[in-house]
Design a binder for this molecule. Structure first.
Ligand code: ADE
Ligand code: ZN
Length: 323
């Protein structure tokens, strides 16, 4: 039933979307050893810190425009086969630079893959530049400064990923001021590994349209009411939350409670192969756990498209595909 539902995802880190098989092929190309973070066709890590190391290890094997074009195309064609019509990918200039690639070559390579996937499947995609929190405020501000120059027409937002327990939200407020002044859509990871206070700080200091994860807001009723009243959209990634042990199983995941409290919740896969997930699986798990009908799942997709950092004509076309 969920297979035919049109889907969208707002929260996927492009380097985290590289399948283990693709990363192994890249390792052969560059004569590199991935045995520290891949075994067979799976990533191996046991906690968030090891996950970030596996993420960086995989990213280091994408080194030129063609590599990134292949990555974006493979990811987008994969989710288009699950009936995704729209995706936003987090792109990280710091990862490009670490791999020896200029940010402009990185964006061009990704854009080439996005164009190829659009030609073969019709899927739309936009890019959100992210700063990496645990690299510090200076690096995150540099990423915001770069984003503010609008370095590629498909770049429509700015966000921050990385270790939420590093520093305080206030340290990064200036970066978000720079991005807001440039008219970019704002999203920030909060309320994933850090508690509800991180979500409150994000609302107070960053004023984002969307929050990456945000699920731990459920621990504070007044905060849930505020998120609902302010129409802040949560990019919820249940498979990621289960893999990182935030919740023991789907029945304990707060997605449905947030939805019933009037919060605008959406579904995404975060770093799909690291968590054994995909956007299709996220929708399937939600339907199996909470009994959502196809119409209810489609309304989740509608929330995503309404919250997308995309121009209005494209939004109207995408919404039209849901009727
Ligand atoms: N970078 C990639 N995936 C992430 C996640 N789930 N949380 C924070 N930073 C990330
Ligand atoms: Zn994320």
């Amino acid at each position: 039933m969920t297979g035919a539902v049109k889907k969208a995802e707002l929260h996927c880190h492009i380097e985290g979307a590289a399948s283990a098989a693709l990363v192994k092929a890249q390792a052969r190309k560059y004569n590199a050893d991935v045995s520290g973070f891949i075994s067979g066709d799976s990533y191996i890590w046991s906690d968030f810190t090891e996950f970030l190391a596996a993420y960086d290890g995989a990213a280091s094997l994408f080194r030129d425009e063609k590599d990134y074009a292949l990555l974006a195309r493979s990811y987008l064609e994969g989710i288009a086969a699950e009936n995704a019509i729209y995706a936003e990918i987090f792109v990280s200039p710091d990862h490009a630079i670490a791999g020896g690639l200029s940010p402009s070559a990185y964006f061009d390579g990704l854009a080439e893959g996005i164009a190829e996937a659009k030609a073969s499947t019709g899927i739309e995609c936009r890019m959100i530049i992210v700063g990496v929190r645990h690299l510090g405020a200076e690096k995150v501000e540099a990423a915001a400064q770069l984003a503010s120059t609008r370095p590629h027409p498909l770049i429509t937002g700015f966000g921050m990923a990385g270790e939420e327990r590093f520093g305080k939200v206030a340290d990064f407020a200036r970066a978000f001021d720079i991005a807001r002044d440039a008219g970019l859509g704002l999203t920030i990871h909060a309320g994933e590994l850090a508690g509800p206070e991180s979500v409150r700080d994000a609302l107070d200091l960053v004023r984002p349209a969307r929050i990456g994860h945000g699920v731990r807001a459920i621990e504070d009723e007044a905060l849930v009411r505020r998120i609902a009243a302010d129409n802040v959209v949560l990019e919820v990634c249940p498979g990621s939350n289960l893999a990182l042990n935030l919740y023991p199983d789907m029945s304990r995941h707060p997605f449905d409670r947030l939805l019933r409290a009037g919060v605008k919740v959406t579904l995404s896969s975060d770093d799909p192969p690291h968590f054994g997930s995909s956007i299709g699986r996220e929708y399937r798990m939600a339907a199996e756990t909470w009994g959502y009908t196809a119409a209810q799942l489609t309304s989740i997709t509608r929330t995503s498209i309404e919250a997308a950092f995309v121009d209005e004509p494209t939004r109207a076309i995408l919404l039209g595909q849901l009727d």
